[in-house]
Structure formats: structure tokens, C-alpha cells
Design a protein around this ligand. Structure first.
Ligand code: FES
Length: 496
């Protein structure tokens, strides 16, 4: 391990840097020296966009300004974090940021530390400071990249590609967690949900007893319909009967597709529902086909999807997105139990590798008790889900919802004996769907579902812990030494 000695604000600090990975900011924080930051998060690649962490370095007798968050330590480096020039730079940055976001409380406080109360520049009415934390966490940690920076100069902003409603966003809320100004909640085409939002949506859309592990429910049962196929065939049966009885005009379901493997499309005839039977375990776009169906004049539409898709559609419903355009629309959410979904192309390659069979020609795919089961040409093949490796879709590790807690009715295989589907009814709409179907019923094993739900939640909590730890580190740095450091600069006359 290479030992380095650096001098920060006159304090000699001994540290080590493997491959030059330790930055001035890290060394300063270890030594309790405060350098303000806005765009830095220790779990993300250094970005260097806000410039607030500007410090002065002295190297070979020459002075230079650098950003502390991404400048690698070098032996013998002299760093000054609190000179007149640096304070003026930070003051200017705060003035510019405050002019962009004059209502933003955190900026007002930070700017106040530098004596900036009213910026000299023309005020705008933004809340986003363009720190980039939201889209970097989405890409680098969650692995989804639903949003990114768009445009240049004063029109620079954060958005989805072409400003379209996102089909990629999994509503995990990681962007909301890191956004320092809460401006992420202003974006209408992604779905940054917090646990408070989820609670409020449960209250708005669902009605039943509260179960901490499995969500709001009116009834939980094991059910078997006359449909041959996956488990009790309840998704197919509910959709068929819904269309036959006129409760539904159609349903958005995943179907096999020659080119894409699977895609979601509107099915509006009871007989055609059978062709889409069988869970695909692949996340497909549901928002675009749902909007197309509404534009075609369909009004009572069921959407079948994964827990993350239930969250995204609910968020749009909560924003009044469908209601504003189609005031009489009624959307029924049928959520599947989902531990993780797959990227079709990666899964296809993995299945060829493992079993030598073509996924496009499979007759059935199923996940049960940690096993991936596939049937093709009359034979059944299986492996552990974990053996599918990279085929698991990015982002699933940040979803803690096994049982589609925001659906009107949730359906899966866990908790029921073979040949039955577990059904959780969560709303009056869900109850109407179930009552229209014909099936045999049995009891479920609630504990089996709760156990797996807890594992999924624990995995997601573990992944979020890294993000939270980084935020805590920043808050501690600001809370413990920030005020003290500002006071020192003020006493020395650098800050007025
Ligand atoms: Fe270093 Fe933003 S540039 S924290």
C-alpha cells in the first residue's frame, strides 16, 4: 500500500492511495476538514460538475485551482481549502445557483453561509441545480438509466429520452433519495416514489386490512380455474371472464413476439386471451399500449404486469394523467408476483448455454421455489434462478416488492399447492374481477409468501443502504464541521 503525506490547511495528513483513487475530498473528510459539495456521492463516480468543492493546490511551487471531489492525491501535495480566492469562487457559484433556484431552501442556507442573500443575476424559477445525482444513481447503481441530462446552457435539464413517459423507470425511488432539492418530484414522466407515496397510494386506490408483509388486502386465497396452463390459470380466467361479462373492454398482456421475444399488446377478445397465457418473466412496455388502447376508445382496461409496472401506472393515475385525457377511463391493475424479471436476449443466450434449447420455441416458463423451469419439445428443463446470472434485469435488486402491493389484484404461485394460483384481492375493483371468474378455492400458506417477500425486501434495503450511507456521510460532514469551518473562515475575515 502506497503511503502519501499531504498538507491540507497546514495539517499534515498521512493517507494511502491505491492507484491514485483517494481524492483530496476523501482525505479532507477523514481529517475532519470541511469542503462543501453538491454533486458528490461516495458511491458514484466523481463528476465534478458543481465546482463548489474548488480548492487551491500548490505543486512544484505553482498554485492551481482544482475540484477536490475528483482530484487524486499525490505525495507532498499542499492543499488550501479556505483562501480569499476560493471563497469568492464559492460565493459566485452560490449566487449563480441561487439565481437559478431562488426558492430552494437548502441552497438559501448554503448561500447564506457565504453571505449571499440576494443574487445579482436575473432570477429563474427552477428547482433543479443540475448536480446530476439523480441520473447518475439511476445509471451507475440501479443500472436502469431512465433519465439523463439534456440540452446545453440555460436550457440544460434532466429528462427521459425525447421527454416521453418512461417505460424504463422502475419507480424504485433512488433518484428521489439523492436529489438534494426534491426537484425530481416535478418530473411527470418518471415515477420517483417514496415510502410515503406508496402509503398514500394504498390509501387512495386500495381498501382492505393492512398486512405489513403482503400489503393491503380484502381476501387471500388459492384458486384453480378450468384453464389448463400455469398454476391455477387465474390471470387468463379473470381476463377471459372480465371480457365475456363486459366488465373489461380489453387487457394489456405480454405476448410472444418474433422480434422482441415478448411485447405487451391489447387483447380485446376473450378467445384471444388464451394465446397469451403463461407468465413471460420478461418486463415489457405497458404504458404505450395502454395509451393506444385508450386512444382507440377502450375504456375499461386491465393491465397485467410486474410490481414495478403496477407502481408506474399507479403514479400516472395519481397524477391524473389518464383522467385528464380520458375522463371515463377505468384501469384495472393485475399484478404478478415477481422476484426478478429478465432481459429477453440475455435469457435467451443463457438458456441456449445451459440447455441447448431456443427460448422462442419454449412452451412454458415458470419460476417456483428458486428454480427456473422451462418446457420445450415435450421435455422439461430446470436450473436454479441464481444460475441465470446476468440475464436478471438491471434494477430488480432495487425493488423490494414481491407481491405487487399496488395492484387491484395480485397473482402468483408462491403460497399455493401445485396447480393453484395464489390470489390477493386488494380493492373493490379487484373484487369485481375475481367475482366474475369461475374457480375452485383453497387456503394459502401465508408464511411462505411472507418469507420470500421479506428476502426480496432485505435485498433491496441492502442495495439502498449504500446510497443512504453516502448521504449520511455528507450530512455529517456538513453538520459537524461545516458550520465550524465557515465560522473559522468568517473569523479570519475571508467570509463576511
Ligand atoms: Fe466537486 Fe461538485 S464538483 S462536489
Amino acid at each position: 500500500m502506497t503511503k502519501l503525506i499531504v498538507i491540507i490547511d497546514g495539517h499534515e495528513i498521512e493517507t494511502s492511495a491505491e492507484g491514485g483513487s483517494t481524492t483530496i475530498l476523501e482525505a479532507a473528510r477523514l481529517a475532519g476538514i470541511y469542503i462543501p459539495t453538491l454533486c458528490h456521492h461516495p458511491s458514484l463516480e466523481a463528476y465534478g460538475s458543481c465546482r463548489l468543492c474548488t480548492v487551491q493546490i500548490v505543486k512544484n511551487g505553482r498554485k492551481k485551482l482544482v475540484t477536490a471531489c475528483n482530484f487524486p492525491l499525490e505525495d507532498g501535495l499542499i492543499v488550501n481549502t479556505c483562501t480569499q480566492e476560493i471563497m469568492e469562487i464559492r460565493r459566485m457559484i452560490m449566487e449563480l445557483l441561487l439565481a437559478r433556484c431562488p426558492q430552494e431552501k437548502r441552497l438559501q442556507e448554503m448561500a447564506g453561509e457565504y453571505g449571499v442573500i440576494k443574487p445579482r443575476f436575473l432570477p429563474q424559477d427552477k428547482n433543479c441545480i443540475l448536480c446530476g445525482l439523480c441520473y447518475r444513481v439511476c445509471e451507475e447503481l440501479v443500472g436502469v438509466a431512465a433519465i439523463n441530462a439534456q440540452n446545453r446552457g440555460v436550457t440544460r435539464d434532466v429528462d427521459t429520452p425525447y421527454g416521453q413517459l418512461s417505460e424504463e423507470c422502475i419507480a424504485c425511488g433512488a433518484c428521489a433519495l439523492v436529489c438534494p432539492t426534491n426537484s425530481i418530484f416535478e418530473r411527470k414522466n418518471i415515477y420517483p416514489l417514496t415510502s410515503i407515496d406508496i402509503k398514500e397510494m394504498e390509501e387512495e386506490f386500495l381498501c382492505g386490512a393492512n398486512d405489513d408483509d403482503l400489503g393491503v388486502n380484502r381476501e387471500m386465497l388459492a384458486a384453480k380455474s378450468s384453464v389448463e396452463g400455469q398454476d391455477g390459470g387465474m390471470v387468463t380466467s379473470i381476463l377471459q371472464r372480465g371480457i365475456e361479462t363486459g366488465l373489461l373492454d380489453g387487457a394489456i398482456v405480454a405476448q410472444k413476439d418474433e422480434r422482441l421475444g415478448a411485447k405487451a399488446a391489447l387483447v380485446d377478445e376473450a378467445a384471444s386471451i388464451l394465446q397469451a397465457k403463461g407468465t413471460k418473466y420478461v418486463r415489457v412496455s405497458v404504458i404505450a399500449p395502454l395509451l393506444e388502447a385508450l386512444e382507440k376508445g377502450k375504456r375499461r382496461i386491465a393491465v397485467v404486469g410486474t410490481p414495478c409496472q403496477m407502481r408506474t401506472v399507479r403514479k400516472l393515475q395519481r397524477q391524473g394523467y389518464f383522467q385528464e385525457r380520458f375522463s371515463d377511463a377505468q384501469i384495472f391493475l393485475i399484478g404478478l408476483f415477481c422476484f426478478e424479471s429478465f432481459d429477453y436476449e440475455s435469457l435467451k443466450s443463457r438458456v441456449i448455454e445451459l440447455f441447448g434449447i431456443d427460448l422462442d420455441r419454449s412452451e412454458k416458463m415458470q419460476i417456483a421455489r428458486g428454480k427456473f423451469i422451462i418446457a420445450a419439445e415435450g421435455k422439461e428443463y430446470s436450473c436454479r434462478v441464481r444460475d441465470l446470472g446476468d440475464a436478471v434485469r438491471a434494477g430488480c435488486g432495487f425493488c423490494g416488492d414481491l407481491v405487487s402491493r399496488l395492484a387491484d389484484i395480485s397473482i402468483g404461485s408462491i403460497g399455493s399447492e401445485d396447480g393453484y394460483s395464489t390470489v390477493i384481492v386488494r380493492s373493490e375493483q379487484g373484487e369485481r374481477l375475481l367475482n366474475a371468474a369461475q374457480f375452485d378455492r383453497k387456503g394459502i400458506n401465508r408464511e411462505d409468501i411472507a418469507k420470500l417477500a421479506a428476502i426480496k425486501k432485505k435485498n433491496a434495503d441492502g442495495n439502498f443502504a449504500g446510497i443512504v450511507a453516502g448521504l449520511t456521510e455528507r450530512m455529517e460532514a456538513e453538520g459537524n464541521v461545516g458550520a465550524q469551518s465557515s465560522a473559522e473562515c468568517r473569523n479570519s475575515g475571508i467570509l463576511s
